[in-house]
Structure formats: structure tokens, C-alpha cells
Design a protein around this ligand. Structure first.
Ligand SMILES: [Zn+2]
Length: 655
């Protein structure tokens, strides 16, 4: 953490650096916390009188004084970035960083500028510096010498210059919600993957000016400087700057308001969506989640939606989403879209403000470890689907079917007995984003298990309190007790919050299911709402039980390849390996569809004869098929008591 580090040594900046912990989008709270020197105090007063009407002369004075503490008051940053894209088709974003050292600070001979190696929300070292080229630095037109001292650190001999400048280009041709893409059609970038920071300046404000091709609009969650400079935005510190992706192009925009607060959906690309339905239903999701927390902690919110790819990443007052352009063809597609929107939007509370220990302020140079991603992601997944249900956008049956499907998926993951929810969280950096053929057997996803832990905790708290309390109360408690008190929570804080609401100890629950690897007891939880989980072998009267192999297959062009083999299954126990290329089944050449059709026509106990390549060797393998599970179902256990009915209604319908 660099919050109290003064890059210039001798001179002491008297600032309330802990403002980084606060929410920039609630200006009152932020400005309340400021402690300033007398000279700066005067400047702040001036700016408070005329927040957005600064004359160029006054602006210069402010810059010279480095009046960085007047939050939300104008383009007064000592660090200003300009991002331009003169040849979009080359995928090169051009970055100019201008640094103005405040007059009251000593001038160093050398300054390090650092490129983040990851971006919050995506827990993998991505080495963004690998895309940097054409780096240079100068002061007043005089080139400055520099040298790289680590993979992502450029040491510049600034030689006591008060103003200096860095220029570089970033190759931006990797489309995802967490990387950068520039082409002839649009630009999308994450600032952590584009903008460097001078070492020690990470708690300082910065401005970002976007120079876009003619006709391109700019959308970001950052507020506009609004002092006569078009397309210039400000961030109170680099955590906020890095938490505000930018979309630039000819996007479509859908606007709506919730409780008077503006929201917009910025859409890049064509798709088969109905814009009126999208506006109406996304608004319902926002209203439902806002109702749960009871307040809106931002001034405006931007959904950046790319109709390509998939997935999303959360930010302070925005999110970037990827969804198939043809994904709105049927109700199932819309449900998937609602789930994505509801998950990412819920994050604005859970993880962006209700923050686990290590997740903010961030260290952008290395892994930031936490054992609580199962809360940050898993419980967000739980609420994502639940909020869609409570918004009335899915049926109760669809919601329960979804839960049953999640349960079956975890129960079909042998790795659930090898790794706890806390271990999965801690190991995210080397596991979650780097799956291999052994992942299913050695690990779980904190998304999947966390979602089900959310379900179990919610119903357990409701059961113990006769529905007087729920996980909803836990989330509100964390918001008030941690976010509003400027604290991050530790794993034991989350447990305590659950216990406060449950009114009794949950240590056994957390020991067995969160820190430990015990099988989850779904029915013990579901019975609180008058429900039960049905499992068992698949079958019907005509065919009897269905056969089971236990291998996942991928069709790579004309090759049918085993991608993974679940431990304990017939395929695993009888010698099929990941990466085996299946050539024939019972002497017949097969592709994936044919293979699955032929297996489906067999019976448990039948022996299949496989011909396969393992590396370059042709070989045969006989496997005796097992019994396939039926799809799990969550059904009513009859007859439900009044209390069970109350819990069910309150949980599933929010009333
Ligand atoms: Zn998430």
C-alpha cells in the first residue's frame, strides 16, 4: 500500500490520503474528510465558490500549487494523460503523460514510472507492459535518459525538472472486458492496461483527455472536467482512474433514471435485441438491487455493452459486458443477459464498496491475495440470479431449476473434495484463470461454491430467525459497518456479520463448508423454505437407466479430443486420458455428435471399444459404462408449514 508514501521525501504533503478509501461519487463524504494546508485551503475555498468556471490563469496557479485535494472541483491535476488514436486501424493507442511537480515539493533526480501488471476484478497477472512500445521522455523539449529497471518499471532521469512528459504507444488488439482493443470501428480500453503511474503518485488525482477520430463519442464512468475542455475527464486517484474503462466510437446509447440518478447502456455493435425491452428490464434489475441496499452510492452509472464475446467486469460506477449479438433470440438468451447484468451491477456494492481485506487500495505490481473471493464473486453470483427473479424477469421454477443445476455442477466436480472455498479464493491467481485438464479433479470455482454457500447461509439465517433476518441483512450490515466506516472486511468479519444476523454461532458452518471441504448439506437448508433436492439415476420406463462415460470431449476441426476426464468415472478408472484423440467407437469413425449419439443408445454395463491416438501411437481401449445421474430438481416437500411458506416468499419474491 502506498497511501502514505511521499515520493519527494523531505517535503511533507499534509493531505488526508485515506480519501482513497472513500467513494469519489459521493462528493460530500469525500470533501468532508479533507485536511489541507492553509495555502491549499484558500485555493479550495476559491474553487468551491466557482467549481467549474476557472480562468486559464487561475488554473495555472492551481496546477503550480498542486491543489490536488479539492476533490470534485475541476481540472486541477498535476498528472494529465492524453490518449489519442491517429491511425485506429494500426491498433496503436498513443499515450502522453504530463507530470507537474507541485511547487512546494523537492525535485528528484530520478523518477520511476510503472505499468500495472493486472486490473482489478480479473485476478491474473496479465503483464500489460508487454504491449508498450516507442517509450520516450522529455522535459521542456529536451529528451530525458531512461532505463528499464524491471519488467514494468521505467526509471527516468528527470534531473530536477518540475515539468516532464512521457510518451509511449500501446498495441491494443486484444478484445475482452479486461484488455484493450482499437480498430477502425471503435476503441475500448481499461486504464490499468494503458496508463502508467509515477511511483508514489498513485493516490494523486489525474485527468484523462481522449482525442478520438471525428464522429466518435466517448463513454466512461469518470466525470467530465467540464471546464471548456471536451472529452476530458478527471479521477481523484489512480484507483478510480484504473477502475473506469473507456469506450470510444459510434455507439448506441439507451438512457433511464432510477430514483432520479442517470443510468445509460452504451452499446457497441449490432444485435437482435429490442432496445425498449432492454431499457425496461435493465431498469428493473437496477431498481431491485437498489431496493435491497436502499441507496445509490454514485452520481451516474454506465453499462458498456459489447455485442461480442462474453462475460463482464465490475467497476465503481460502470461495468463492461460482452454478450453475443444474436443472444437475444429467445427467452433463455434474455435470461442469460439479465443474469450477467444483475451480477456485474451487484458488484458495485459487493467488492467495489464492500471490500475484502486485500482488494483496495490495490498494489498494481503483483498479486493481491484474499480468502474472500467466494464472498465477492460467489455471493454476487447468488444475488445475480436472485435479483433477476425478484425483479420478475424469471419464473420461480426457472430460478429453482437454475439452483438445482448449480448444485449438480458442483457435485459433478470431484475437486470440491480437494479445495475449500477459501483456498479457491486465495489461489485464484494461479488456478481460476488458468484451468487445465486436471482442474475439475483438483479444484473448485469460488463462483460456483460461493453461490451455493450464499444459498445455504441465506436459508440458515432465515430458519434460525423465523425469517426475521436474511443474507440481505448481512449485505446491508457490511455496507454500513465496513464501507461506510471506511474499512475492508476480513474473513472473520464476514462470519461475524452472518452470526450477528443469525443470532448465534456459525462457526461449525464456516469450519466445515468455507474453510473446510465437507459436502454441502443442501436439504438441511432447503427444508427451511419447504423445498427439497431430488437426485438419482436418470431413466424412463422405455429405456431404463442411462449410460455414463465421464469424459468431456472437444471437436477440434476433424479431431475428436478428450479435454478432461472426471475422477471416479468409468472413463477415469479404466484409463482414458485427457488429450487422447478418439478415432473410432466400436470400429466406426466418429465425430462428437455421432459419438454421443452412439453412447446414448447404450446401457449401463455395456462395454465400448475405443480406437484412439495417444500422442502418435494408435491403441485400443475397452470401457464398461456406468450410470448417469438425472438432472437434479428442487421440488416442494409437502406439506409446507406457514413458516416455510413465509421464508419461501420472502426469499424468492422479496416480500
Ligand atoms: Zn463477478
Amino acid at each position: 500500500m502506498e497511501a502514505n508514501y511521499n515520493p519527494f521525501g523531505k517535503d511533507r504533503l499534509v493531505e488526508a490520503y485515506n480519501v482513497r478509501f472513500l467513494d469519489p461519487f459521493v462528493a460530500v463524504r469525500a470533501s468532508d474528510t479533507f485536511v489541507v494546508t492553509s495555502a491549499r485551503h484558500r485555493i479550495t475555498k476559491i474553487m468551491n465558490r466557482k467549481p467549474y468556471r476557472l480562468s486559464p490563469a487561475l488554473l495555472t496557479i492551481l496546477l503550480l500549487f498542486g491543489a490536488s485535494q479539492s476533490l470534485g472541483q475541476g481540472p486541477n491535476s498535476a498528472i494529465s494523460f492524453t490518449v489519442s488514436m491517429p491511425k485506429p486501424w494500426t491498433h496503436l493507442l498513443e499515450v502522453e503523460m504530463r507530470v507537474q511537480v507541485p511547487a512546494n515539493l523537492n525535485l528528484p533526480n530520478e523518477t520511476n514510472v510503472i505499468m500495472p501488471v493486472w486490473t482489478p476484478g480479473s485476478y491474473l497477472i496479465r503483464e500489460f507492459e508487454r504491449n508498450v512500445q516507442d517509450f520516450s521522455a522529455d522535459a521542456g523539449g529536451r529528451p530525458l535518459d531512461w532505463t528499464k529497471t524491471s519488467k514494468n518499471t521505467w526509471q527516468i532521469r528527470t534531473g530536477g525538472a518540475r515539468q516532464w512528459r512521457v510518451f509511449y504507444r500501446v498495441y491494443a488488439n486484444e478484445f475482452s472486458v479486461r484488455t484493450n482493443e482499437l480498430n477502425a470501428d471503435h476503441a475500448f480500453w481499461n486504464n490499468a492496461a494503458l496508463l502508467m503511474y509515477p511511483e508514489g503518485w498513485i493516490s494523486k488525482p489525474a485527468t484523462l483527455t481522449v482525442v478520438a477520430p471525428p464522429g466518435w463519442k466517448v463513454a466512461t464512468g469518470l466525470p467530465e472536467v467540464n471546464a471548456g475542455v471536451p472529452k476530458t475527464f478527471r479521477a481523484e486517484n489512480f484507483d478510480i482512474l484504473y477502475d473506469s474503462p473507456v469506450e470510444c466510437g459510434n455507439f448506441r446509447q439507451i438512457d433511464f433514471r432510477v430514483r432520479g440518478v442517470p443510468h445509460r447502456i452504451v452499446i457497441d455493435g449490432e444485435g437482435n435485441y429490442d432496445p425498449d425491452r432492454m431499457r425496461r428490464d435493465v431498469q428493473k434489475i437496477v431498481e431491485t438491487e437498489v431496493a435491497l441496499f436502499g441507496q445509490i452510492p454514485y452520481h451516474d452509472y454506465t453499462f458498456i455493452l459489447h455485442l461480442r464475446g462474453g462475460g463482464g467486469i465490475e467497476h465503481l460506477n460502470s461495468t463492461s459486458l460482452g454478450f453475443s449479438r444474436n443472444g437475444f433470440a429467445n427467452e433463455n438468451g434474455w435470461r442469460n443477459f439479465y443474469g450477467l447484468v444483475a451480477h456485474e451491477f451487484f458488484h458495485l456494492w459487493n467488492v467495489k464498496r464492500i471490500r475484502p481485506d486485500a482488494l483496495g487500495p490495490f498494489d498494481y505490481t503483483k498479486e493481491n491475495y484474499t480468502r474472500s473471493l467466494w464472498v465477492a464473486e460467489g455471493i454476487t453470483s447468488y444475488y445475480g440470479d436472485l435479483m433477476v427473479r425478484r425483479a420478475g424477469l424469471t419464473s420461480e421454477k426457472d430460478y429453482l431449476d437454475g439452483l438445482a443445476n448449480s448444485i449438480q455442477s458442483l457435485q459433478n466436480t470431484p475437486g470440491r473434495l480437494e479445495m475449500s472455498a477459501e483456498e479457491a479464493s486465495f489461489n485464484a491467481w494461479i488456478k481460476e484463470y488458468r484451468p487445465d485438464e486436471n482442474s475439475v479433479n483438483s479444484q473448485i470455482s469460488y463462483y460456483d461454491k460461493g453461490e451455493l454457500l450464499g444459498l445455504l447461509l441465506d436459508l440458515e439465517i432465515r430458519r434460525r430467525t423465523n425469517n426475521a433476518r436474511s443474507l440481505d441483512d448481512v449485505m446491508r450490515y457490511l455496507y454500513h459497518e465496513f464501507y461506510e466506516k471506511n474499512r475492508n472486511y476480513a474473513p472473520e468479519d464476514f462470519q461475524k456479520a452472518c452470526e450477528v444476523m443469525a443470532g448465534s454461532s456459525l462457526d461449525d458452518f464456516f469450519k466445515r463448508y468455507v474453510r473446510g471441504r465437507d459436502e454441502l448439506n443442501y436439504n438441511a437448508a432447503l427444508t427451511a423454505a419447504g423445498l427439497e433436492l431430488r437426485t438419482g439415476a436418470a431413466g424412463d420406463s422405455a429405456q431404463g437407466e442411462r449410460p455414463y462415460l465421464g469424459a468431456n470431449l472437444t471437436q477440434n476441426a476433424d479431431r475428436l479430443v478428450v479435454s478432461s476426464v472426471r475422477s471416479g468415472t468409468p472413463a477415469y478408472e479404466q484409463g482414458l486420458n485427457a488429450n487422447d484423440q478418439i478415432v473410432a467407437l466400436n470400429g466406426v469413425r466418429v465425430n462428437r455428435d455421432l459419438f454421443e449419439g452412439l453412447i446414448g443408445a447404450k446401457h449401463p454395463g455395456d462395454v465400448i471399444h475405443l480406437t484412439l491416438f495417444r500422442n502418435d501411437d494408435l491403441r485400443t481401449l475397452d470401457i464398461k459404462l456406468g450410470v448417469r445421474d438425472a438432472p437434479y430438481k428442487i421440488v416442494q416437500s409437502s406439506p409446507a408449514t406457514d413458516e416455510q411458506k413465509r421464508i419461501y416468499q420472502s426469499w424468492v419474491n422479496g416480500r
